[in-house]
Design a protein around this ligand. Structure first.
Ligand code: HEC
Length: 179
């Protein structure tokens, strides 16, 4: 074994003893995997809902989004969405997500997924959500009058409008048990 390899393996042993450090690559993979079905099902529900028109799709989204998040949250894993400009206040970011949201909001160069040790038992994962052209129907600057009325009725405190395609909309998040 060369000195360099020896040094590297020593370092590996040392860092694996440090409980405050996590294997970022491993947890990023686990986070991305856990959030994938939620993303897919949500998009599917949205696209299917939009076939009956955006007003109808709002109701679908309102009912399906929390259900899908719930369904994907098992075995101690929790998934969800959060944003700094909310439509549904129950999607408010938890304290551990705030630093990521702040970085994503302020630095367009740093938009890669992130992981953090929330506490001894839990790792948090986030990935940014960007506005696509189809999102603008319900999150853009100009909403159709009937759609605007419907959203206003269901979400009187709605802040999630004024977006353009390519904007950062928020994050998908996952809480993963460490064991
Ligand atoms: C048919 C209208 C509609 C379309 C199209 C739509 N959304 Fe939404 N969006 C909603 C509604 C309604 C909610 C609130 C859901 C709830 O009550 O949980 C929401 C909530 C969200 C949230 C959660 C944070 C919050 O503000 O509550 C994110 C993130 C989000 N939308 C992103 C997107 C993205 C990205 C797209 C495009 C892929 C999109 N939306 C397309 C209606 C829509």
């Amino acid at each position: 074994m060369s000195r360099a390899t020896l040094l590297l393996s020593l370092l590996a042993v040392l860092s694996s003893c440090d409980r405050s450090k996590i294997d970022e690559t491993k947890w990023k993979e686990a986070g991305a995997e856990a959030v994938l079905p939620f993303k897919k099902n949500l998009k599917q529900a949205l696209v299917a809902g939009l076939e009956d028109g955006p007003v109808e799709a709002v109701s679908v989204c309102r009912l399906e989004a929390p259900k899908l998040a719930e369904a994907q949250s098992r075995g101690g894993v929790k998934v969800g969405r959060a944003s700094q400009k909310l439509r549904n206040p129950s999607n408010a970011p938890k304290p551990w997500m705030q630093p990521f949201l702040q970085v994503y909001e302020t630095d367009p160069e740093r938009r890669e997924p992130g992981v953090v040790l929330i506490d001894d038992k839990t790792v948090g994962y986030v990935e940014p959500i960007f506005v696509q052209p189809l999102c603008v129907t319900c999150h853009g600057a100009e909403l159709a009058p009937d759609l605007k009325a419907k959203i206003g009725e269901l979400y009187p405190e709605d802040q999630a409008t004024g977006y353009a395609a390519g904007d950062l909309r928020g994050v998908f998040w996952v809480e993963l048990p460490r064991e």
